[in-house]
Design a protein. Structure first.
Length: 52
């Protein structure tokens, strides 16, 4: 529902959380998810997402 309100599709969204359960929930909805462990790894994941 939130994606519809934003006019976004799941594959265009990147969800970042330091808790595995919400990240896996996002993935189950087709949203790209990053499990944050440290800044360098998360920044690299964001850069890969934006480049794709």
């Amino acid at each position: 529902m939130a994606l519809e309100r934003m006019g976004a599709s799941a594959e265009d969204v990147l969800f970042i959380d330091d808790n595995e359960a919400p990240a896996r929930g996002a993935e189950s909805c087709g949203i790209h998810a990053v499990l944050h462990r440290d800044n360098a790894t998360t920044i690299a994941a964001i850069e890969r997402f934006l480049a794709s």
